[in-house]
Design a protein around this ligand. Structure first.
Ligand code: ZN
Length: 260
């Protein structure tokens, strides 16, 4: 079991992950996808809550991994487990893949966890799919991210419009058409009330492999960054995107937290 220091105490992350419950935001996204309002979801969290909330696996990308997911580096077999992995960083979990390929032979590679370390590139096809979906989207909504980690932070800026819902400032605020400084659950509840859609209750871990709606294939353009290794922006670092960005500035409708 891997641990972290929290307020001077060692906390067993595995137990924390297992007990974590999807938020209202997670569950609202499940319902919005079912109704065709959400086409694609990108998550930078490794808590696995989107997968366990019942959001269809073929409709989202966990770009930095999922502590409940294991996969085979060779044949790309993927599995969501009931319990979190004991180690992270794409390390072997001590189980052979065992999938039978199209030629009838058994894959003998070791399955590994899916959580990235800093030296790992973002997983494919998830990053390419996210890029194509973001480029094709009319609107990307950023929920609870300060957009500091490259290249994932570029994705919402590719869409025609970007709305950011986050308590603090983000690295991409200048590119946003609307910024709502709020906790996600609070803003999403208001949105769902306006849409007159109930947020479903979470009844326990639910894995949904495919959406009931058809996902249209999208062309993948060749404008992706050369490296998809993660990088955190520093304050002193120039952001070339800021100067080359061509979307006209829309008036921002900033809503201070205390007015929500
Ligand atoms: Zn395999």
């Amino acid at each position: 079991m891997w641990t972290r220091e929290a307020k001077g105490e060692k906390v067993e992350e595995g137990i924390e992950w297992s007990n974590a419950r999807p938020s209202k935001t997670h569950m609202a996204l499940v319902e919005l996808e079912k109704r065709g309002h959400v086409q694609w979801l990108v998550s930078q969290n490794v808590d696995g809550l989107h997968a366990r909330s019942g959001f269809p696996l073929n409709r989202f990308a966990e770009l930095h991994g999922n502590v409940f997911a294991i996969h085979c580096p060779s044949c790309k077999y993927r599995e969501i487990q009931d319990n979190p992995v004991e180690f992270i960083g794409q390390k072997p979990i001590g189980r052979i893949c065992g999938q039978i390929n199209s030629r009838g032979s058994t894959c003998r590679r070791q399955l590994v966890d899916s959580v990235l370390d800093w030296e790992h590139d973002l997983p494919e096809p998830f990053f390419s799919d996210s890029w194509a979906q973001s480029e094709a989207a009319d609107l990307s909504i950023v929920l609870g991210s300060s957009l500091q980690i490259q290249p994932a932070n570029t994705l919402p800026t590719l869409s025609r419009k970007m709305v950011i819902i986050n308590l603090s400032n983000t690295k991409m605020d200048r590119k946003a058409h609307l910024i709502i400084k709020s906790k996600c659950d609070f803003a999403i509840e208001i949105l769902m009330q306006k849409l007159k859609i109930d947020i479903p209750e979470w009844t326990g871990p639910t894995i949904v492999k495919e959406s009931s709606l058809k996902l249209e294939p999208l062309p993948i353009k060749e404008a992706k960054p050369k490296t998809t290794r993660r990088k955190r922006k520093t304050k002193s670092e120039q952001d070339p995107d800021y100067t080359s960005h061509s979307v006209p500035k829309a008036p921002k409708n900033e809503i201070p937290e205390n007015e929500l």
